[in-house]
Design a protein around this ligand. Structure first.
Ligand code: IMP
Length: 197
């Protein structure tokens, strides 16, 4: 594929997405490369709804195929919260530190054996011609009671990855990019692009 628009301004995600699409797309542009890229209102109640809405607006605005992800953390004992509210768990405009502090406080009375959680990533691919495809990735883990590690972004320091016994923030970027929810969704997207080519 020649040109793909990625509908996000999140620098952490852009770095990861460029690595994940290496060799398959000639040019990846992001919302940050446009002055007046539309700000999609993420008012869906599912990751799918939000991802589709963002991808549709990006394809319409740019005239190029667009990819949007909606992702977040789902904690079983919190009935799936923060879920679609992951980016604004501690309020609109809240940063990672405030969101992590809120997560720690919501989880403080949850015993060790009930701290199961998962990162979910839903990718929506939409073309100006009207093709729409959804790809989902998921990685399971547990919520820690204190931050660990310096890598990644968002809730990574509080997420102990199943099978690794290290937090997501303790994984190398390449390691995170081979197992993460986003990596899994992108693997499916890559397979789709290969079959389309
Ligand atoms: P989105 O940008 O609407 O998809 O919001 C996703 C939010 O979920 C981010 O702001 C993070 O708080 C969280 N999140 C998504 N993916 C990750 C990840 O790989 N690590 C840590 N937090 C993540």
């Amino acid at each position: 594929m020649k040109h793909l628009i990625v509908a996000t301004r999140n620098r952490g995600k852009i770095v990861e997405i460029n690595a994940l699409l290496a060799g398959l797309v000639d040019q990846v542009s992001s919302a940050a490369d446009f002055v007046d890229f539309p700000e999609t209102v993420e008012d869906g109640v599912t990751f799918e709804e939000n991802a589709l809405k963002k991808a549709r607006e990006a394809a319409r605005f740019s005239g190029f195929p667009a990819l949007a992800d909606d992702s977040g953390l789902v904690v079983d004992a919190l009935d799936g919260r923060p879920g679609v509210f992951s980016a604004r768990y501690a309020g609109i405009g809240a940063g990672d530190a405030a969101n992590n502090a809120r997560l720690l406080s919501e989880c403080q009375n949850i015993p060790e054996e009930h701290r199961q959680a998962a990162f979910i990533c839903v990718l929506a691919f939409v073309t100006p011609e009207g093709i729409e495809q959804i790809f989902t990735g998921r990685i399971a883990g547990r919520i820690l009671s204190a931050a660990r590690g310096e890598g990644g972004f968002g809730y990574d320091p509080l997420f102990l990855v199943d099978g690794f016994e290290r937090s997501m923030a303790e994984l190398e970027l390449a390691e995170k990019n081979s197992v993460s929810h986003r990596a899994q969704a992108f693997r499916k997207f890559r397979e789709y692009l290969v079959t389309m080519a």
